[in-house]
Design a protein around this ligand. Structure first.
Ligand SMILES: CC(C)(COP(=O)(O)OP(=O)(O)OC[C@H]1O[C@@H](n2cnc3c(N)ncnc32)[C@H](O)[C@@H]1OP(=O)(O)O)[C@@H](O)C(=O)NCCC(=O)NCCS
Length: 150
């Protein structure tokens, strides 16, 4: 059981959008603001958009979709269809109860059911908890995204 038992992992509904954007921008903003337009692709794969609700309140969200990957890269990866996790966030007061893990498992399961045989994601270096979670779920680090002031 996750948390105190009043927790539900369910599919996203349109009325969740405001709180989803609040969570994304409060806790998972990297270089830019997440807007409704960034999540519009979810309409094409609604099964990739999951919500954690605790006693009627949205406390977490995860979203995954399909990534357009050139054939050459697919061959190199030995993959045929690639999913991408683009959003994972849990309200700070509800962390370390397994919610992030449950949300990610759900999205990964749906991507796999829909044909994905590889999944990718980008993780800011400062998102230590997220990185630990991804490592635990079996993601491998393949790149460092670097910057330098000139
Ligand atoms: C990353 C994030 C989504 C994880 O959410 P979470 O709900 O805390 O994740 P979980 O509870 O599943 O796992 C976190 C830890 O809790 C532990 N845990 C899981 N279930 C537990 C339980 N029932 N009791 C105690 N601990 C538990 C996990 O083992 C894990 O511990 P570890 O990091 O020491 O291995 C959350 O930290 C977050 O929103 N961060 C800010 C946004 C962000 O960085 N997003 C990703 C950008 S790429």
């Amino acid at each position: 059981m996750i948390g105190d038992g009043k927790l539900e992992i369910r599919i996203f509904r349109s009325e969740d959008m405001t709180i989803v954007l609040q969570l994304a921008n409060m806790y998972a903003a990297f270089d830019g603001t997440t807007s409704e337009a960034d999540l519009v692709v979810s309409r094409f794969f609604p099964n990739g958009f999951w919500i954690a609700e605790d006693s009627g309140r949205v406390v977490g969200v995860a979203f995954g979709y399909f990534k357009d990957v050139p054939g050459e890269v697919l061959t190199r990866w030995g993959a045929s269809k690639v999913g991408e996790i683009t959003l994972v966030v849990v309200d700070a007061n509800h962390r370390n109860k397994g919610i992030g893990t449950a949300l990610l498992h759900r999205v990964l399961e749906e991507l796999k059911k829909a044909g994905a045989d590889r999944v990718i994601l980008h993780c800011p270096a400062e998102a230590i908890e997220a990185k630990r979670l991804y490592d635990k779920l079996g993601f491998n680090t393949r790149a460092y995204h670097m910057t330098k002031r000139l």
